[in-house]
Design a protein around this ligand. Sequence first.
Ligand code: FES
Length: 146
Amino acid sequence: MMYSEKVLDHFTNPRNVGELPDANGVGEVGNAKCGDIMKMYLKIEGGVITDVRFKTFGCGAAIATSSMATEMVKGKTVEEALQLSNKAVMEALDGLPPVKVHCSVLAEQAVRAALSDYYTRQGIDPEPIVGKIQEVDHDHEGSCGI
Ligand code: FES
């Protein structure tokens, strides 16, 4: 399996790893089949994401995509972060092997889950804004791990 330099860089040196005790948007998504879990913490002030951390229990591509996703949403408005797609994350990483595309969906959904939690805490129904958070499902027997 071939990973780009950028994927390997973010996998071996992930950015923004950890937890944020004062986060006001926290989301967790999982993949039923491989059991990978991603947790995203956002600190949002005045509609802007001022800080972000993540924890991923998962494969190399899941770690690299969540790391890149945190870099892409930091400093952005909530509305801009809602536009983040797994495709944009993959492009920023110079691509992923086809069997690893679903891992980037996990990163996209983790950001959305955290934004959804943020809206809920504001007393706003998140679903019309954020949509439904998907359970990421895929069949990739034997492709977990780097
Ligand atoms: Fe399951 Fe990457 S998220 S292999």
